[in-house]
Design a protein around this ligand. Structure first.
Ligand code: ADP
Ligand code: MG
Length: 396
Protein backbone atom coordinates (compact mmCIF):
# COMPACT_ATOMS: atom_id res chain seq x y z
CA UNK A 1 0.00 0.00 0.00
CA UNK A 2 2.73 2.46 0.96
CA UNK A 3 4.05 4.62 -1.88
CA UNK A 4 1.23 3.77 -4.29
CA UNK A 5 0.71 6.56 -6.82
CA UNK A 6 -2.27 8.40 -5.40
CA UNK A 7 -3.71 9.74 -8.61
CA UNK A 8 -4.51 6.16 -9.54
CA UNK A 9 -6.71 5.44 -6.55
CA UNK A 10 -10.36 4.90 -7.35
CA UNK A 11 -12.88 5.37 -4.53
CA UNK A 12 -16.50 4.29 -4.77
CA UNK A 13 -18.80 6.10 -2.40
CA UNK A 14 -22.05 4.33 -1.52
CA UNK A 15 -24.37 7.13 -0.46
CA UNK A 16 -23.98 10.72 -1.65
CA UNK A 17 -25.37 12.94 1.09
CA UNK A 18 -23.76 15.92 2.83
CA UNK A 19 -21.16 13.80 4.62
CA UNK A 20 -20.27 12.09 1.35
CA UNK A 21 -19.89 15.49 -0.27
CA UNK A 22 -17.25 16.57 2.25
CA UNK A 23 -15.52 13.24 1.80
CA UNK A 24 -15.37 13.82 -1.96
CA UNK A 25 -13.83 17.25 -1.39
CA UNK A 26 -11.07 15.77 0.76
CA UNK A 27 -10.56 12.85 -1.62
CA UNK A 28 -10.21 15.19 -4.56
CA UNK A 29 -7.68 17.22 -2.57
CA UNK A 30 -5.68 14.02 -2.25
CA UNK A 31 -5.91 13.44 -5.99
CA UNK A 32 -8.23 10.42 -5.88
CA UNK A 33 -10.77 9.52 -8.56
CA UNK A 34 -14.23 9.40 -6.95
CA UNK A 35 -17.43 7.73 -8.07
CA UNK A 36 -20.58 8.58 -6.10
CA UNK A 37 -23.72 6.44 -5.91
CA UNK A 38 -27.15 7.14 -4.47
CA UNK A 39 -30.75 6.27 -5.15
CA UNK A 40 -31.61 9.70 -6.56
CA UNK A 41 -30.12 11.97 -9.20
CA UNK A 42 -28.12 15.09 -8.32
CA UNK A 43 -27.39 14.07 -4.71
CA UNK A 44 -24.86 16.37 -2.94
CA UNK A 45 -21.72 14.21 -3.38
CA UNK A 46 -22.58 13.46 -7.02
CA UNK A 47 -22.26 17.16 -7.83
CA UNK A 48 -18.52 16.97 -7.13
CA UNK A 49 -17.55 13.41 -7.99
CA UNK A 50 -15.80 12.40 -11.22
CA UNK A 51 -18.61 9.99 -12.08
CA UNK A 52 -21.91 9.00 -10.55
CA UNK A 53 -24.58 6.31 -10.69
CA UNK A 54 -28.18 6.20 -9.53
CA UNK A 55 -28.96 2.79 -8.10
CA UNK A 56 -30.94 0.90 -5.48
CA UNK A 57 -27.99 -0.21 -3.36
CA UNK A 58 -30.07 -2.63 -1.33
CA UNK A 59 -30.40 -4.76 -4.48
CA UNK A 60 -27.65 -7.38 -4.29
CA UNK A 61 -27.28 -8.01 -8.02
CA UNK A 62 -27.33 -4.35 -9.03
CA UNK A 63 -24.70 -3.47 -6.44
CA UNK A 64 -22.44 -6.41 -7.27
CA UNK A 65 -22.63 -5.76 -10.99
CA UNK A 66 -21.78 -2.10 -10.54
CA UNK A 67 -18.82 -2.73 -8.24
CA UNK A 68 -17.48 -5.57 -10.37
CA UNK A 69 -17.62 -3.42 -13.46
CA UNK A 70 -15.94 -0.41 -11.83
CA UNK A 71 -13.24 -2.32 -9.88
CA UNK A 72 -12.63 0.41 -7.28
CA UNK A 73 -9.66 0.28 -4.90
CA UNK A 74 -11.97 1.09 -2.00
CA UNK A 75 -15.72 0.89 -1.49
CA UNK A 76 -16.71 3.47 1.13
CA UNK A 77 -20.23 3.18 2.53
CA UNK A 78 -21.82 6.44 3.65
CA UNK A 79 -25.27 5.01 4.40
CA UNK A 80 -26.70 1.99 6.18
CA UNK A 81 -29.22 0.74 3.65
CA UNK A 82 -26.96 -1.47 1.51
CA UNK A 83 -26.96 -5.10 0.41
CA UNK A 84 -24.52 -6.54 2.96
CA UNK A 85 -24.63 -9.86 1.13
CA UNK A 86 -23.16 -8.12 -1.90
CA UNK A 87 -20.45 -6.49 0.21
CA UNK A 88 -19.60 -9.83 1.81
CA UNK A 89 -19.24 -11.59 -1.52
CA UNK A 90 -17.22 -8.74 -2.99
CA UNK A 91 -14.86 -8.70 0.00
CA UNK A 92 -14.35 -12.44 -0.41
CA UNK A 93 -13.36 -11.71 -4.00
CA UNK A 94 -10.69 -9.27 -2.90
CA UNK A 95 -12.55 -5.93 -3.08
CA UNK A 96 -11.71 -3.65 -0.17
CA UNK A 97 -14.81 -2.63 1.77
CA UNK A 98 -14.36 0.19 4.32
CA UNK A 99 -13.87 -0.57 7.16
CA UNK A 100 -14.84 -4.21 6.40
CA UNK A 101 -18.06 -5.95 5.43
CA UNK A 102 -18.63 -7.48 8.87
CA UNK A 103 -18.59 -4.04 10.50
CA UNK A 104 -20.96 -2.66 7.87
CA UNK A 105 -23.31 -5.53 8.65
CA UNK A 106 -22.96 -5.21 12.44
CA UNK A 107 -23.80 -1.51 12.38
CA UNK A 108 -26.46 -1.60 9.70
CA UNK A 109 -29.20 -2.76 12.02
CA UNK A 110 -29.33 -1.70 15.63
CA UNK A 111 -29.48 -5.29 16.88
CA UNK A 112 -26.09 -6.73 15.96
CA UNK A 113 -23.88 -3.96 17.35
CA UNK A 114 -26.03 -3.75 20.49
CA UNK A 115 -25.70 -7.49 21.05
CA UNK A 116 -21.97 -7.38 20.47
CA UNK A 117 -21.48 -4.55 22.97
CA UNK A 118 -23.86 -5.71 25.63
CA UNK A 119 -23.78 -9.49 25.50
CA UNK A 120 -20.35 -10.35 24.12
CA UNK A 121 -18.23 -7.45 25.30
CA UNK A 122 -20.04 -6.70 28.55
CA UNK A 123 -20.46 -3.00 27.88
CA UNK A 124 -23.21 -1.06 29.63
CA UNK A 125 -26.12 -0.12 27.34
CA UNK A 126 -29.77 0.85 27.89
CA UNK A 127 -32.00 -2.18 28.55
CA UNK A 128 -33.40 -3.35 25.22
CA UNK A 129 -35.57 -5.97 23.54
CA UNK A 130 -36.19 -6.78 19.89
CA UNK A 131 -39.73 -7.45 18.80
CA UNK A 132 -40.55 -8.92 15.41
CA UNK A 133 -44.12 -9.94 16.20
CA UNK A 134 -46.81 -7.47 17.23
CA UNK A 135 -48.40 -9.95 19.66
CA UNK A 136 -45.21 -9.90 21.75
CA UNK A 137 -44.96 -6.10 21.91
CA UNK A 138 -46.86 -5.50 25.16
CA UNK A 139 -45.13 -8.19 27.21
CA UNK A 140 -41.69 -7.01 26.07
CA UNK A 141 -42.59 -3.40 26.77
CA UNK A 142 -43.64 -4.31 30.32
CA UNK A 143 -40.25 -5.91 30.88
CA UNK A 144 -38.51 -2.68 29.86
CA UNK A 145 -40.92 -0.35 31.67
CA UNK A 146 -42.35 3.06 30.65
CA UNK A 147 -41.46 5.51 29.27
CA UNK A 148 -39.51 3.67 26.60
CA UNK A 149 -38.19 4.39 23.13
CA UNK A 150 -39.51 2.37 20.23
CA UNK A 151 -37.25 2.52 17.15
CA UNK A 152 -37.15 0.78 13.76
CA UNK A 153 -34.31 -1.75 13.56
CA UNK A 154 -32.83 0.20 10.70
CA UNK A 155 -33.29 3.95 10.31
CA UNK A 156 -31.35 7.14 10.70
CA UNK A 157 -31.86 10.71 11.89
CA UNK A 158 -34.49 9.53 14.38
CA UNK A 159 -36.95 8.52 11.64
CA UNK A 160 -39.77 6.34 13.01
CA UNK A 161 -38.46 6.69 16.57
CA UNK A 162 -41.03 7.43 19.31
CA UNK A 163 -41.05 7.96 23.04
CA UNK A 164 -43.89 5.79 24.36
CA UNK A 165 -45.41 6.73 27.71
CA UNK A 166 -47.96 3.94 28.17
CA UNK A 167 -49.21 0.61 26.81
CA UNK A 168 -52.08 2.23 24.90
CA UNK A 169 -49.60 4.18 22.73
CA UNK A 170 -47.57 1.15 21.63
CA UNK A 171 -49.55 0.23 18.53
CA UNK A 172 -49.30 3.66 16.95
CA UNK A 173 -45.54 3.76 17.58
CA UNK A 174 -45.14 0.22 16.18
CA UNK A 175 -46.90 1.24 12.95
CA UNK A 176 -44.83 4.41 12.61
CA UNK A 177 -41.59 2.49 13.17
CA UNK A 178 -42.41 -0.08 10.50
CA UNK A 179 -43.44 2.62 8.03
CA UNK A 180 -40.06 4.29 8.51
CA UNK A 181 -37.94 1.18 8.65
CA UNK A 182 -35.37 0.58 5.93
CA UNK A 183 -34.15 -2.79 4.77
CA UNK A 184 -35.81 -6.19 4.78
CA UNK A 185 -35.96 -7.02 8.47
CA UNK A 186 -39.31 -5.91 9.84
CA UNK A 187 -38.93 -5.40 13.54
CA UNK A 188 -38.43 -2.83 16.25
CA UNK A 189 -36.16 -2.28 19.18
CA UNK A 190 -37.60 -1.24 22.53
CA UNK A 191 -35.16 0.69 24.63
CA UNK A 192 -35.17 1.81 28.20
CA UNK A 193 -35.48 5.61 28.13
CA UNK A 194 -32.33 7.07 29.66
CA UNK A 195 -32.91 10.43 31.25
CA UNK A 196 -29.28 11.35 30.65
CA UNK A 197 -27.44 14.44 31.85
CA UNK A 198 -25.75 14.79 28.46
CA UNK A 199 -24.71 12.83 25.39
CA UNK A 200 -21.56 12.98 23.29
CA UNK A 201 -19.85 11.56 20.23
CA UNK A 202 -16.32 10.28 20.50
CA UNK A 203 -14.85 10.38 17.00
CA UNK A 204 -12.28 7.61 16.97
CA UNK A 205 -9.82 6.82 14.23
CA UNK A 206 -8.62 3.30 13.75
CA UNK A 207 -5.34 3.00 11.87
CA UNK A 208 -4.22 0.09 9.71
CA UNK A 209 -1.78 -0.94 12.46
CA UNK A 210 -4.71 -1.27 14.89
CA UNK A 211 -4.03 1.88 16.91
CA UNK A 212 -6.97 4.06 17.97
CA UNK A 213 -6.67 7.85 17.96
CA UNK A 214 -9.34 10.04 19.55
CA UNK A 215 -10.72 13.46 18.65
CA UNK A 216 -11.73 15.74 21.52
CA UNK A 217 -15.30 14.74 22.48
CA UNK A 218 -18.23 16.42 20.73
CA UNK A 219 -21.37 17.47 22.59
CA UNK A 220 -24.69 17.48 20.76
CA UNK A 221 -28.40 17.99 21.11
CA UNK A 222 -31.02 15.99 19.32
CA UNK A 223 -34.69 16.73 18.78
CA UNK A 224 -36.95 13.73 18.11
CA UNK A 225 -33.82 11.70 17.49
CA UNK A 226 -32.37 14.11 14.94
CA UNK A 227 -29.23 16.18 15.39
CA UNK A 228 -29.80 19.93 15.90
CA UNK A 229 -26.49 21.31 17.10
CA UNK A 230 -23.05 20.14 18.14
CA UNK A 231 -19.98 21.63 19.75
CA UNK A 232 -16.40 20.69 20.45
CA UNK A 233 -14.96 20.23 22.97
CA UNK A 234 -17.47 19.21 25.61
CA UNK A 235 -16.01 19.09 29.11
CA UNK A 236 -16.24 15.56 30.46
CA UNK A 237 -15.08 14.13 33.78
CA UNK A 238 -11.67 12.57 33.24
CA UNK A 239 -12.72 9.13 34.48
CA UNK A 240 -15.77 9.06 32.18
CA UNK A 241 -13.72 10.05 29.13
CA UNK A 242 -11.11 7.43 29.97
CA UNK A 243 -13.85 4.82 30.24
CA UNK A 244 -15.36 5.91 26.91
CA UNK A 245 -11.95 5.46 25.27
CA UNK A 246 -11.55 2.07 26.89
CA UNK A 247 -14.99 0.92 25.74
CA UNK A 248 -14.31 2.23 22.22
CA UNK A 249 -11.04 0.33 22.10
CA UNK A 250 -12.76 -2.88 23.12
CA UNK A 251 -15.35 -2.48 20.35
CA UNK A 252 -12.85 -1.40 17.69
CA UNK A 253 -10.48 -4.24 18.55
CA UNK A 254 -13.38 -6.51 17.75
CA UNK A 255 -14.51 -4.74 14.55
CA UNK A 256 -10.95 -4.18 13.45
CA UNK A 257 -11.14 -2.09 10.30
CA UNK A 258 -9.32 1.15 9.47
CA UNK A 259 -11.34 4.35 9.28
CA UNK A 260 -13.16 6.84 11.45
CA UNK A 261 -15.97 5.80 13.79
CA UNK A 262 -18.61 7.95 15.48
CA UNK A 263 -19.14 6.38 18.88
CA UNK A 264 -22.17 7.71 20.77
CA UNK A 265 -22.49 7.71 24.54
CA UNK A 266 -24.93 8.95 27.19
CA UNK A 267 -23.81 10.12 30.62
CA UNK A 268 -26.24 9.74 33.47
CA UNK A 269 -25.13 10.87 36.93
CA UNK A 270 -21.62 9.45 37.06
CA UNK A 271 -21.95 6.52 34.70
CA UNK A 272 -21.39 5.98 31.02
CA UNK A 273 -23.81 4.22 28.67
CA UNK A 274 -22.85 3.12 25.17
CA UNK A 275 -25.56 4.06 22.66
CA UNK A 276 -24.48 3.32 19.08
CA UNK A 277 -21.61 3.48 16.63
CA UNK A 278 -21.27 4.31 12.96
CA UNK A 279 -18.20 3.27 10.95
CA UNK A 280 -17.93 6.54 9.01
CA UNK A 281 -17.84 10.30 9.55
CA UNK A 282 -20.63 11.44 11.85
CA UNK A 283 -23.13 14.25 11.30
CA UNK A 284 -22.31 15.89 14.65
CA UNK A 285 -18.65 15.74 13.58
CA UNK A 286 -19.15 18.34 10.83
CA UNK A 287 -17.91 20.71 13.54
CA UNK A 288 -14.39 19.36 12.89
CA UNK A 289 -14.41 21.23 9.56
CA UNK A 290 -13.60 24.34 11.59
CA UNK A 291 -12.35 23.00 14.92
CA UNK A 292 -9.53 20.54 14.20
CA UNK A 293 -6.17 20.45 12.43
CA UNK A 294 -7.48 17.47 10.41
CA UNK A 295 -11.25 17.21 9.92
CA UNK A 296 -13.20 13.95 10.27
CA UNK A 297 -13.42 13.41 6.50
CA UNK A 298 -9.70 13.72 5.93
CA UNK A 299 -9.09 11.54 8.98
CA UNK A 300 -11.31 8.84 7.48
CA UNK A 301 -9.36 8.97 4.23
CA UNK A 302 -5.96 9.05 5.86
CA UNK A 303 -6.86 5.99 7.92
CA UNK A 304 -8.27 4.11 4.92
CA UNK A 305 -5.37 5.01 2.64
CA UNK A 306 -2.79 4.28 5.35
CA UNK A 307 -1.45 7.84 5.39
CA UNK A 308 0.17 9.28 8.52
CA UNK A 309 -1.89 11.03 11.20
CA UNK A 310 0.88 12.58 13.32
CA UNK A 311 -1.50 14.32 15.73
CA UNK A 312 -5.16 15.28 16.10
CA UNK A 313 -5.70 18.54 17.88
CA UNK A 314 -8.30 21.19 18.45
CA UNK A 315 -7.43 24.43 16.69
CA UNK A 316 -10.43 26.32 18.11
CA UNK A 317 -13.59 25.70 20.12
CA UNK A 318 -16.42 25.49 17.58
CA UNK A 319 -20.10 24.71 17.10
CA UNK A 320 -22.68 23.83 14.46
CA UNK A 321 -26.43 24.45 14.06
CA UNK A 322 -28.43 22.69 11.36
CA UNK A 323 -30.47 24.54 8.75
CA UNK A 324 -33.75 22.71 8.25
CA UNK A 325 -36.48 23.22 5.71
CA UNK A 326 -39.82 24.13 7.24
CA UNK A 327 -41.81 22.94 4.25
CA UNK A 328 -41.72 20.97 1.04
CA UNK A 329 -40.43 22.72 -2.09
CA UNK A 330 -39.43 21.51 -5.53
CA UNK A 331 -37.81 24.86 -6.29
CA UNK A 332 -36.44 26.91 -3.47
CA UNK A 333 -33.85 29.48 -2.50
CA UNK A 334 -31.87 30.31 0.62
CA UNK A 335 -32.59 33.78 2.00
CA UNK A 336 -30.59 35.70 4.62
CA UNK A 337 -27.14 34.49 3.70
CA UNK A 338 -25.84 38.05 3.52
CA UNK A 339 -26.92 38.76 7.11
CA UNK A 340 -25.74 35.35 8.31
CA UNK A 341 -22.22 35.81 7.03
CA UNK A 342 -21.86 39.14 8.85
CA UNK A 343 -21.40 37.04 11.97
CA UNK A 344 -17.74 36.75 12.90
CA UNK A 345 -15.93 33.48 12.26
CA UNK A 346 -19.01 31.87 10.79
CA UNK A 347 -19.34 29.67 7.73
CA UNK A 348 -22.29 28.11 5.94
CA UNK A 349 -22.48 24.83 4.14
CA UNK A 350 -25.37 24.51 1.72
CA UNK A 351 -25.63 20.83 0.94
CA UNK A 352 -27.18 21.19 -2.53
CA UNK A 353 -30.01 18.71 -2.00
CA UNK A 354 -32.27 19.02 -5.02
CA UNK A 355 -35.60 19.08 -3.11
CA UNK A 356 -36.64 20.44 0.25
CA UNK A 357 -38.95 18.51 2.57
CA UNK A 358 -40.38 19.48 5.92
CA UNK A 359 -37.67 18.91 8.54
CA UNK A 360 -35.01 17.92 5.98
CA UNK A 361 -31.47 19.02 6.77
CA UNK A 362 -30.49 21.37 3.94
CA UNK A 363 -27.38 22.99 5.34
CA UNK A 364 -25.42 23.76 8.45
CA UNK A 365 -23.98 26.85 10.08
CA UNK A 366 -20.52 26.51 11.60
CA UNK A 367 -18.67 28.94 13.83
CA UNK A 368 -15.60 29.20 16.00
CA UNK A 369 -15.22 31.30 19.12
CA UNK A 370 -12.92 32.05 22.03
CA UNK A 371 -14.89 29.40 23.91
CA UNK A 372 -17.70 26.97 23.14
CA UNK A 373 -20.41 29.37 24.37
CA UNK A 374 -19.31 32.05 21.94
CA UNK A 375 -19.04 29.54 19.09
CA UNK A 376 -22.52 28.18 19.85
CA UNK A 377 -24.07 31.59 19.98
CA UNK A 378 -22.48 32.53 16.64
CA UNK A 379 -23.57 29.30 14.92
CA UNK A 380 -27.10 29.76 16.29
CA UNK A 381 -27.36 33.36 15.11
CA UNK A 382 -25.98 32.43 11.73
CA UNK A 383 -28.49 29.59 11.21
CA UNK A 384 -31.34 31.77 12.45
CA UNK A 385 -30.77 34.32 9.68
CA UNK A 386 -31.28 31.73 6.98
CA UNK A 387 -34.71 30.85 5.62
CA UNK A 388 -35.55 28.43 2.88
CA UNK A 389 -38.45 29.66 0.76
CA UNK A 390 -40.08 28.69 -2.47
CA UNK A 391 -38.48 30.24 -5.54
CA UNK A 392 -41.27 28.95 -7.73
CA UNK A 393 -43.08 32.09 -8.91
CA UNK A 394 -46.43 30.28 -8.76
CA UNK A 395 -45.98 29.62 -5.04
CA UNK A 396 -44.68 33.02 -4.02
N1 ADP B 1 -32.43 4.88 25.08
C1 ADP B 1 -32.45 6.20 24.91
N2 ADP B 1 -32.76 7.02 25.94
C2 ADP B 1 -32.81 8.38 25.76
N3 ADP B 1 -32.59 8.98 24.60
C3 ADP B 1 -32.26 8.23 23.54
C4 ADP B 1 -32.17 6.80 23.63
N4 ADP B 1 -31.87 6.31 22.41
C5 ADP B 1 -31.75 7.38 21.60
N5 ADP B 1 -32.00 8.53 22.25
C6 ADP B 1 -31.96 9.89 21.68
O1 ADP B 1 -32.25 9.83 20.29
C7 ADP B 1 -31.08 10.18 19.51
C8 ADP B 1 -31.02 9.35 18.25
O2 ADP B 1 -31.00 7.97 18.59
P1 ADP B 1 -30.02 6.97 17.89
O3 ADP B 1 -30.24 5.62 18.49
O4 ADP B 1 -28.63 7.52 17.95
O5 ADP B 1 -30.60 6.98 16.41
P2 ADP B 1 -29.95 7.34 15.00
O6 ADP B 1 -29.40 6.03 14.52
O7 ADP B 1 -31.12 7.82 14.21
O8 ADP B 1 -28.87 8.36 15.24
C9 ADP B 1 -29.92 9.99 20.47
O9 ADP B 1 -28.80 10.76 20.09
C10 ADP B 1 -30.55 10.44 21.79
O10 ADP B 1 -30.63 11.85 21.87
MG1 MG C 1 -27.25 8.29 16.58
Amino acid sequence: MKNLPFSNLKLLLLGSGELGKELVIEAKRLGCYVIAVDKYENAPAMQLADEHFVLDMSDKKLLMDLINSLKPDFVIPEIESLSVEALNDLENNGIKIVPNSRTVEMTMNRDKIRDLASTELNIRTAKYRYVYDFSKLKSNASEIGFPLLLKPLMSSSGKGQNLVQKKGDLEKAWNQALENSRGDVKGVILEEYIDFNYEFTLLSVRTKEGKTLFCPPIGHEQYNGDYQCSWQPIPIEKSILEEAKKVTNIILNNLNGAGIYGVEFFVKESYLIFSELSPRPHDTGMVTLVSQNINEFELHLRAILDLPIPEINLTSPAATRVILSEDEYQKFAFYGIYEALKIKNSKILIFGKPHAKKGRRMGVALATGLDVDQAKSRADQCAKEIKICSSDIKNL
